[in-house]
Design a binder for this molecule. Sequence first.
Ligand code: UT7
Length: 328
Amino acid sequence: MGINLLAMGSYFPERIMTNDDYAGFLDTSDEWIRTRTGIDSRHMAGWEPVWYMGKKAAEMAIERAGISPKDIGLVIVSTVTSDFVTPSIASVLQYELGIENAAAFDLNAACSGFVYSVDTARRFLETDENIKYALVVSAEALSRIIDFEDRSTCILFGDGAAATVIERSDKMYSSFLNSDGSGARKLFAKNCQVAPIVKAESDFDDGFPEKPVHKLYQDGREVYKFAVKALPAAFSAAAEKIGITGEDIDWFVPHQANVRIIETAAKNLKIGMDKFIVTLDHHGNTSSASIPLALNEAIEKGIVKRGQKLALVGFGAGLSYGSVILEY
Ligand code: UT7
């Protein structure tokens, strides 16, 4: 069974952080950021909670789909920057959007979160005939967990949210999800701290580098090495399942982390860069929101058209990676 991405929506906070803004308080430059990453600017959340950004994107997607929220039977929110440890943002959105009877949960697969969520939604649609439509929302405010003193990491990230309404279809579909947990310590942000009284009495080395709670740590070079292999591997594994190659794909929509990663992966796949959607220059890396934000923008600009074959490829903390191949 395949799926149809019935409609998409997006939301960006108003504030834009340029490379020069960072150069104003960090030992960095527009030239370094641009040449090493391809990023020029990114949006940064102000007062908006992450759930609110997700709600705005979802409202747009539902309106464009022309459906009633009451017909949505599944809500999945992918995020690494939830406003809450609990409840899930998905539960908050289920109520806020007027969705009455739906399973709702958050999914954390880091920057692969959209790919994981779409594939999870497809599995629900395949096995539960009571679900007519699934809503997948990817909402992120990386600005809330980045360390603004860490110049090699903070300049990469941006904030935003995107959503899509999904229904069953008989269109082409394949997917591949994987994870290499041996790299978990290379990219992380801790969520909870040990109670001070316990910390004072004993210590435990969990093997993760020292970093304050809620601050993102990244071993950039190691993650880079992983990413340039993971991107082609994730696509090829899904493509082999249905006997296609990169030649059969109209558009690759990869996770928007660093243009050099995309260029290297394109070279390894022997696919021209003209088949890759790249929006990281003005979005930065928005973690799980990056693929749907790039896809939605390409649809709005008329670049991606109905009937075309897409490869959505994610990679990130975990280290997780995966791809979904589908017809738009
Ligand atoms: O979404 C999750 C997945 N994440 C990724 O895919 C990120 C993968 N990693 C990367 O994209 C790259 O590793 C970075 C963009 C994070 C870093 O680029 P790099 O080419 O790997 O740089 P580097 O870490 O090897 O650093 C090169 C130099 C260093 O100086 P020295 O030691 O050569 O003197 C850094 O201190 O660049 C320096 N540097 C900077 N200089 C100016 C690091 N960050 C900056 C900066 N401005 N912002």
